[in-house]
Design a protein around this ligand. Sequence first.
Ligand code: SF4
Ligand code: SF4
Length: 384
Amino acid sequence: MNKVAITACAGYEAAQVQTALKEALDLIGGLDWVRPHMKIAIKANLVSMLKPEAAATTHPALLQALAQMLCEKGAQVTIGDSPGGIYTKVYLDRIYAVTGMKEIAKNTDAKLNSDFSVKQAQFPQGKVNKEFAYTGWLDEADAIINFCKLKTHGMMTLSAAAKNIFGAVPGTVKPEYHYRFPEPADFADMIIDLNEYFKPCLHIIDGVVGMEGNGPTAGTPRPIGVLIASKNPHAADLLSASLIGLKPQEVPTLVAAQRRGLIPQTAEELEVCGIDWKKRIIPDYQLVKAVRSLRFNRGSEQFFGKISAAVMDRALASKPVLTPAECIGCKECFKVCPADAIKMINRKPKIDRKKCIRCFCCQEFCPKGALKVQRPLLAKILVK
Ligand code: SF4
Ligand code: SF4
C-alpha cells in the first residue's frame, strides 16, 4: 500500500490531462475494477466559490478526464463536495458554476451531487472520531475516488489527499469539529479516522498547478507540473509534502499516519513509479510552516516536560493576523469563527487571542486573503 504514481502534466489542455491521468492510473493498476452501472462518487475539492485559475479547487479539466474514463466503462458518476459554510442546493449550484463543474455535467454523463442529506456514522474503531455526521451522498456510492488539490494549509500545513476527506463532513458541522479537535494532532487523527471510515479506493492529487503561500484559498498558484495517484492517501501526501519541501514532521496528518503504521518515515521509502520525483522538488515553494510544531509532535512533551511544552507552544504558536488594507469588512471571518473569538469593530475583525483556538478557519474563508498565518519571531529562530 505504499505505491505511488507520479506523472508529468505541464498544463490543463484536454490532451495533456488525459495522457497524464491515464499514465498515472495505469501505474497503480488501472481502472479494470470499474463495472457497468457501478456508482462512483468523485469527491473533489470545491473549497470555495473560486475559479479554477485560483488553484484552490480541483481543476475541472482533470475531473472531466476522469469522469469521461469512468463513464466510458459504464459507471454512473457523481461529483460532489461539501465546502465550508451552508450545505444546500442553492449554495452548491453557485459553487458548481464558478468552479467549472457545470461544464463537466454538460460535456459528460457525470452528474453533480444534488443529495444534501446528512447522516450519522457510528465508528467504534475510530481513534478519536467514533461518531460523526457526514454527507449522505457518499452512501450511494459503490466506490469513492478522492480527487484533491495540492495546497498549503494554515492549520494543517498541507492540504492534499487525506485532508480532502474532511469534505465528507457537512460544511455546517465543520466548525464544531474545530471545537472538538482544536489541537492539530487530534484534528489529524480525526482526519485519519474519516479516511479509514470512507476508504476511498483511489486518491488522485492535482499538482499541475498547486497553491503556495496563504493557502488553502488565498494563496498563490504555483506550477508543479505533476499528477500523483495512490491507493494510500498518506503515501500520496508524503510524496506531495516532499515535493514542496515540507518535512513529514511538519504535517500533522503524516505524523498521525506514521504513528498508526500507515506509511514509512520518509518519501524515499515509498514505492514511487513514473517520473523521477526528486527532479521535481521545488526548493522555494512558499509554505505555511511549523504551526504549533511542538503540539502535534507529542514526543516533545517528554523532552520539555508537559508544562514547559505548553508554555513553549504558546510562545511558538502561529496565529491569524489581519492586513487591514486588504479587508473589505465582509464579516465572513466573524461568521465562520467556531470559538466566537472575533468581534467586528469599525468593519474590521478584532481577534480575542484568549478565545482563539487557532483553527485558521477565518484565514481559510477570508475572500480577500486579508488574514494571514503569522509565526512569532521566536518560532522562526527556533523551529526551522
Ligand atoms: S479567530 Fe480565526 S483562528 Fe481563532 S478561533 Fe476564530 S476562526 Fe479560528
Ligand atoms: S473575511 Fe476577510 S475581508 Fe471579510 S471581514 Fe474578515 S478579514 Fe475582512
